[in-house]
Write a protein that binds this ligand. Sequence first.
Ligand code: SAJ
Length: 400
Amino acid sequence: MNACFMGLGYIGLPTAIIAAKNGIKITGVDINQKVVDMTNQGKIHIVEPGLQALCEEVVKSGMLKASTTPVISDAYFIVVPTPFKGNHEPDISYVQAATEAVIPFLKEGDLYVIESTSPVGTTDKMQELIFAKRPELKGKIFIAYCPERVLPGNVIYELVHNDRVIGGINPESTEKAMGFYGQFVQGKLHKTNAKTAEMCKLTENSSRDVQIAFANELSLICDKAGINVWELIELANKHPRVKILWPGCGVGGHCIAVDPYFLTADFPVESQLIAKAREINNYKSFWCAEKIQNEMLKFELKNGRKPVVAMMGLAFKPNIDDLRESPAKHIVAKVMESCNNADILVVEPNVPEHKVYKLTPYQEAFDKADIVVYLVAHDPFKTLPHDTNKVLLDFCGIFK
Ligand code: SAJ
């Protein structure tokens, strides 16, 4: 079997590699020539443990080849980004462009699957687009939606072992897509229709966002009430039916902080809780920045000099090098903007350098700082002492 993967990013590339490893001949398509060149040299352009070796193997064996254009295949997978526009409206133009690129190659019996997180109804829209241009294929090709669910950092394991939800535009399409994923997924494959599968992905990430918002709201209440929120949540979670997540300095990444807007944009009246959760999680970052600024002011009033502040972590979550859409990064920027004379040391042990900030090793920053702000719970920070005279602001539960 031959398949084309449209998009060689954080999901498309690993999925293409795993499929190739399982005997499917893959053409990986990306608009970025650099990504195509690197892939063809067996090199990966993303950070993902274990993926480099697998990529080398499937490129060498000829099972994966990258290109900037699709080739005639038996199946086509759309794995491109779906960002949102300025007004939080979803932008499906990449899905549309990738679909338009494969339309000329489609033939009877082919499978077309969207994996990109998409607003409800996108698969139907792409179906209309395909049949508007190729009416002779009506009823002769298979169209489905199958969202990915992998966690960056654990992608190789999760791609194979996670359950998948597969929704076709008709039962035949669902079956055809099940047949494809069954070749490398060991988790269960759950059948549904395209709309439910689209909604399922948005539901999963919105559910997590709402739960984190609850934890973040608790952290604001506890701060005012003088209660340790980490101890509180640990105790509440001893109840057999309570499972509260953890507060942090906001919610980042390209999924949890984005996907709920796909629901609030299309269902503004109905999605009150989902919209409020987004607001709370965004507000938490502003609150953290203000808290830091207040501590800096207090220090200055008490000591007659500006404090040295260590900002610990820039990534969007612990133990990764991904800084995109990171609340920690926004907080650092906001604090730096407001106090241009203060000595702010920025720490991120998972990246060698940053194009805006001069990075300081974490131990050195800790030693020099009067105020230590924990923004991301990276493991190395947990080795630093907490019985110290320094002011410690722990927004991510480093000592929990
Ligand atoms: N966070 C908290 N408190 C928590 C857990 C997370 O504040 O208790 C924060 C993190 O620090 C981070 C953000 O939430 O800023 C998102 O991190 P995450 O680990 O919750 O999720 P992602 O964005 O890395 O991956 C999510 C996953 N979805 C769910 O868990 C429902 C993953 O399975 C999806 O495949 C991925 O989104 C995606 O691509 O949609």
